[in-house]
Design a protein around this ligand. Structure first.
Ligand SMILES: [Mg+2]
Length: 312
């Protein structure tokens, strides 16, 4: 493969990440890449991204990893339900037995697998300008498959109860954004699409429309998910949180440095794998945005963060 500018890859993946709620960098000029000339503009993807997308799209390893995480999450949920002081939301503490139990989950690359449009955008050389329409068309297809283990986990969670017999309610906090669509009356067709996609996977529920919390659905529901977690925490004990991005769990990490992000990870170091469960996403995320546009420099640098948290 020809040596191509790494920043183009970063930009493409960062934009893909922005489809699910990150800060969007401005377009950058760069070398030619696959798809150039086809779209008549700047393609989103240059080199790279293929291996990460194929790992998600085609590997048994990814499926085994996500099944592993979801089965561990199910066991942790059972343990957490039994303890009225157990919470996965830092703003909650003390005896929370007055609140019914809930699980908070992200949608993209946590419950629904979007490797198909990722692959198509790489192959087609999708342009920056075409990305929002491409992403919205994908949502409108309502055909994303489930991440391995996710559907089994959600069904199991909804069947579980706390010691007072109250069932677990699953809330989906997603940065799929409410955007008007031509010819559609709904103010948030993306919510309808996501609900239909989940229902097609056997994950519908009578409260699903209320359980889906999209970016922009309310003015204060921005990319930062804290306001939505706090909204859930006002009425429910959040027993477990499942996502694929550090920002699904911790506030203020989208524009932080690598060191700051990892310091945030370490603030609740003992929650990972017990109250917080993170699915691997090598395709995009706030981690990639944080690395910046020069991946060669990032590769050449000494590891910026240690494996263990301070004091461990
Ligand atoms: Mg996600």
């Amino acid at each position: 493969m020809a040596r191509l500018g790494p920043f183009r890859t970063v930009l493409g993946l960062a934009l893909a990440a922005c489809a699910v709620g990150c800060t969007t960098p401005g377009p950058q000029p760069g070398p030619d890449s696959r798809g150039a000339g086809r779209c008549g503009g700047e393609p989103m993807f240059a080199a790279g991204g293929e291996r990460a997308t194929l790992w998600v799209r085609s590997s048994s390893e990814f499926r085994a990893a996500s099944q592993t995480i979801y089965r561990a999450a199910r066991d942790a949920l059972a343990a957490g339900l039994a303890d009225p002081a157990w919470t996965a939301e830092p703003s909650q503490s003390g005896d929370l037995s007055a609140l019914p139990p809930a699980v908070v989950m992200d949608i993209d690359e946590t419950v629904l697998d979007n490797s198909e449009p990722q692959a198509e955008m790489i192959l087609n050389g999708t342009c920056f300008d075409d990305f929002p329409a491409t992403w919205d068309a994908w949502l409108a297809k309502r055909s994303a498959p489930a991440v391995a283990g996710a559907a089994e986990f959600i069904r199991a969670a909804r069947s579980m109860k706390d010691p007072d017999g109250r069932p677990v309610r699953v809330f989906f906090i997603t940065n799929r954004e409410c955007v008007r669509r031509a010819g559609v009356e709904s103010a948030c067709p993306q919510q309808d699409d996501t609900a239909a996609n989940l229902a097609a996977l056997g994950l519908g529920s009578p409260t699903l429309a209320d359980d889906l919390m999209l970016k922009g659905e309310r003015p204060e529901w921005e990319s930062e998910k804290l306001a939505r977690r706090e909204a859930v925490a006002s009425s429910h004990r959040i027993v477990l949180n499942v996502g694929d991005d550090l920002a699904d769990f911790l506030p203020g990490v989208r524009r932080a440095t690598l060191a700051e992000r990892d310091a945030a990870r370490c603030t609740r170091e003992d929650w990972w794998g017990r109250r917080w469960f993170l699915l691997p996403n090598p395709m995009y995320g706030s981690w990639l945005v944080t690395l910046g546009q020069d991946l060669d420099a990032a590769l050449a640098a000494e590891p910026a963060i240690p494996g263990d948290c301070p004091g461990r």
